[in-house]
Design a protein. Structure first.
Length: 196
């Protein structure tokens, strides 16, 4: 029996968008545990106050071209956001508070599409609410739980756990103590989980 894969993602992360769109189809037989976290504290610990794709423009230019190629290969829409990176804090709180729900994958994909396919401001509660409404869910009750002090603290704890696991970017995948980083390591992570 395959071990679960912990899927660590950040809503501001371009490559996490690609992984979120692919993971459930590819994971057949491998349980996926959705693990939203925040990259900001990790970047700050490295002395960065922005995305490395903005700090290093050559790297950023490559990333956007790479995203165009990969999105075309996967059949995904991609529209370069007018603001990057966007603040995914509220969406991360929702995803953490409801990570065990059967709609979590659809919600995560909906937020990523809002950001990277529709160029919508995902820090806006109305945008997050619209994603929930599209899933026939009640935004009021879901956002209330997401914005509770208990859940806010839980997201900080989850980010600290990511740091302890050695995560330095997103998407990342962990199986036990084994770490795989990047959309291009998704298949390898799933293979490792099945072999285990």
């Amino acid at each position: 029996m395959a071990r679960p894969v912990e899927f660590w993602f950040e809503f501001a992360s371009t490559y996490s968008y690609l992984a979120a769109e692919r993971i459930e189809q590819l994971a057949a037989g491998v349980p996926v545990l959705w693990r939203p976290f925040l990259l900001g504290p990790i970047f700050h610990s490295q002395g960065w106050n922005d995305s490395p794709f903005n700090i290093y423009p050559v790297k950023g230019n490559y990333m956007w071209r790479d995203m165009e190629r990969l999105a075309a290969e996967y059949g995904l829409q991609l529209k370069r956001p007018t603001a990057f990176p966007r603040n995914g804090l509220l969406a991360a709180r929702v995803a953490l508070a409801h990570a065990e729900q059967d709609w979590i994958g659809a919600f995560v994909r909906g937020v990523y599409r809002a950001n990277f396919a529709e160029d919508r401001e995902i820090s806006d509660p109305q945008v997050v609410s619209s994603v929930l409404q599209d899933l026939k869910l009640d935004p009021g009750s879901i956002l209330a739980v997401a914005n509770s002090e208990t859940n806010k603290s839980a997201l900080k704890t989850q980010t600290q756990r990511a740091i302890k696991l050695g995560l330095f970017g997103a998407p990342s995948f962990t199986i036990g103590g084994e770490l795989f980083w990047g959309n291009d390591r998704l298949e390898q992570a799933l293979q490792f989980a099945r072999a285990a």
